[in-house]
Unconditional design. Sequence first.
Length: 275
Amino acid sequence: MKNDLYAVVGNPISHSKSPRIHSLFARETGEPVEYTAIQAPLEDFAGTVTQFFERGGKGLNVTVPFKEEAWKLAKRRTERAEKAGAANTLFLDEQGLLTADNTDGCGIVRDLVDNHGVALAGARILVLGAGGAVRGVLGPILAQGPASVTIANRTLARAQDLVSLFAPVAGAARLDACGFEQPTEPFDLIINGTSASLQGDLPPLSPEVIGEHTVVYDMMYSLQTTTFNQWALEQGAQIVHDGLGMLVEQAAESFRIWRGVSPATLPVVEQLRND
């Protein structure tokens, strides 16, 4: 039986762990999946997507810098993609319409709640950054019923824009915006959604945001402790996590959308840590 074709599209793409993750999912579930990586030209993402589906491709993951373009390109969007303003999963629906979904928020919530036992309900959460990564996860985080979510960003106006956008779905949660320097009290959970950690930089945060029970989560991941998590440990944080689990969980949700099967994720996270 011929395998169904899937891929991740980005630029650059050689670093992507998605082919490894989905090959492990396919082996575990027995699904006939072939998954590759495609580097799309920066000026012709749309052409790459069209060509992929015209030659029988079944589904695409989308990564930097094409997530917003994928959202715009889609003829239909799921509710979570609509709110996220970006798409990381594409497929053709029953009518053959290009459909966009966003599994990033689902991925981080599952990693925090199911894998790490972090309670989001009633929690006071500080989210760093106001770019596409944060916009993609805010809706699912708010759906967990936190007491408050504070969005801190270098440019205050961008954080305020997110507060306005997500206020209608915040429920009872208090939703605030501020600059990086403003918060000076401990939070239950701090999520770093900036890419500063990858460059070895840090947002100018007060150490007072770290309390003895603060859980710190960096959406970035690396083989070593990320720069942000290392800073948090130095300020007294007892529990830090990176974003590898989120990466695997969002991939698993894409796999479920495409195949109707939910693969086990923890063995894949473990495998990637040991690769």
